[in-house]
Design a protein around this ligand. Sequence first.
Ligand SMILES: Nc1ncnc2c1ncn2[C@@H]1O[C@H](COP(=O)(O)OP(=O)(O)OP(=O)(O)O)[C@@H](O)[C@H]1O
Ligand SMILES: [Mg+2]
Length: 235
Amino acid sequence: MRGVFVTGTGTEVGKTVVAAAIARTLAATGERVAVFKPAVTGLDEGGEADHELLRRAAGSAQGDEEIAPYRYGPPASPHLAATMAGEEIDPERLLEAACAAAGDADALVCEGVGGLLVPLAGRVTRGMREELAPQPPERYLVRDLAIDLGLPLVIAAPPTLGTINHTLLTIEAARAAELSVIAVVLTPWPERPSRVEESNRETIAELGEVRVETLPPLELADPRSWPALPLLPPC
Ligand SMILES: Nc1ncnc2c1ncn2[C@@H]1O[C@H](COP(=O)(O)OP(=O)(O)OP(=O)(O)O)[C@@H](O)[C@H]1O
Ligand SMILES: [Mg+2]
């Protein structure tokens, strides 16, 4: 499967924007791009959901179910949102759905959920208290999905103070599982970066031994106005 798995240093760090920019870049060169998001939560909060922005950026005709097989209203981590809906996320179903989404597309752009160590599946039998318990090994993590899909990672991260540690931890967690990291993308990258932001970019590149790209603030309503973010070699 040719494509990319966009993870991040946490939640609300720009994964969707980075994944959308990658998808748009591929689509703009005439590639057929499929998008995938294993689980979407927080639909109750309104606004454009992740799978909707991804579809728009990719110019894809995929249905909601094809992009995001598990969709939940509450703004909770996916395994908890599933539990609250009285079900459990099935890793096999995720893999089948991702492969079906990739179908005969030229590339698959997959956005993760939260960060790499977020559990997707695994029973929460004691409600919220289970959140405090050590993670049982049978949990299926976002990282496991990236491994099973065989996709290289792009890591979205903010450029601001605190990002060095979060980004280097994410790179370590990726490489510990032999996942390859194409690049870190700092987003939104200001027109006039501060000394801290410039230093963060250099420090992450040096200590993480990784390519670091930046993405300026995008007009999300108009993908045609976005600068290219060419992170995948041409097919
Ligand atoms: N380059 C950018 N241009 C415009 N907005 C941006 C940019 N980068 C980040 N943002 C904004 O930052 C916020 C978080 O971005 P985004 O939704 O992509 O994060 P996320 O990691 O996908 O979040 P979640 O964990 O909920 O999936 C959004 O409001 C988004 O519009
Ligand atoms: Mg997102």
